[in-house]
Design a binder for this molecule. Sequence first.
Ligand code: GCO
Ligand code: MG
Length: 403
Amino acid sequence: MKITNARVIVCSPGRNFVTLKIETDEGLTGIGDATLNGRELSVASYLTDHIIPCLIGRDAHQIEDIWQYLYKGAYWRRGPVTMTAIAAVDTALWDLKAKAAGLPLYQVLGGKSRTGVMVYGHANGTDIEHTVDEVLRYADMGYKAIRAQSGVPGLDKVYGVGRGNLFYEPADADLPSEHDWSTEKYLRHTPKLFERLREKLGFDHHLLHDVHHRLTPIEASRLGKSLEEHQLFWMEDATPAENQESFRLIRQHTTTPLAVGEIFNSIWDCKELIENQLIDYIRATVVHAGGITHLRRIADLASMYQVRTGCHGATDLSPACMGAALHFDLWVPNFGIQEYMRHTEETDAVFPHAYTFDKGMLYPGDAPGHGVDIDEKLAAKYPYKRAYLPVNRQQHDGTLWNW
Ligand code: GCO
Ligand code: MG
């Protein structure tokens, strides 16, 4: 099965997405997500200008060789742009291989390890009572696991608090908007949120929380300790993870499970975190961590240390990534949970997909491949629109902080 053509489709049905479509001499096509929020066009150019010319004429079945060719062949290894571009090719090739076999992708990966994929939804509110109501609404919708984020008294804008009911879109401005931050205010507020949540919800649902890189290790340790009695499923991105060693301090102080890795793009970003059992869940995902081929390597390493997967699944990852991730999740032996932030109707219409939601679980479906397509005609109606993620500044003196 020879690759005859490949092209990049950039569209913005409610938000920006970059998609790679690969065509073959057998008439089959495969698609892969290449979206890197706020830096979309750099991946589009990497694919169009530097990768696609090297793909034409290659055997689409040689997924591993093509992966190595693109990774080692670039000479410049790793990095979000490179690894997202490689991921798009890899996802499209797995889609093609499964379609050529006439099988859903999970079968080609090794078959089902479970009946469905437990997902967590995003509940958020402007204050504690609003957030509690939203969490209860998610529980009513059937979710077994719910992430809770709340506005913080005295802070104008914080990560995780949306404007509408079901959708949260942080990349909301033509130039980065500014949020303000106070560790003290956040740390005073967050344990109260979970205390109230457990009071109203009980302990039959999993609760999760995303710190979004905004604490230092010792502050994160304090938060983790104060949340222990509320039995979180995980505390996410408690501190930035460039220095993997910094998780040791958090680990030494708290039994609240730790998750990290949505911005990781390679196994090298999590090697020490995993080998030293400093985390419980690895959040790397198909689109930003080199595709299924590389994510599988990360998951295998993680399984040796009882670290489970918890793939990133925010709306800036397209349905093509979600489809591929769900097949991966259904197969991967050390599965933990899958994030699921629903896409808007406009997005769903551009990306017809086979996956379905029922009672807190997602099911990838049995269509051949990963089960997600792109309606190019419809996509053309939504041209790219520049959109940035916000930045964060310390409230007391304006110092740029982690968002
Ligand atoms: C999450 C993430 C997202 C990111 C977003 C950035 O846990 O879902 O933290 O909300 O902020 O993916 O592009
Ligand atoms: Mg996160």
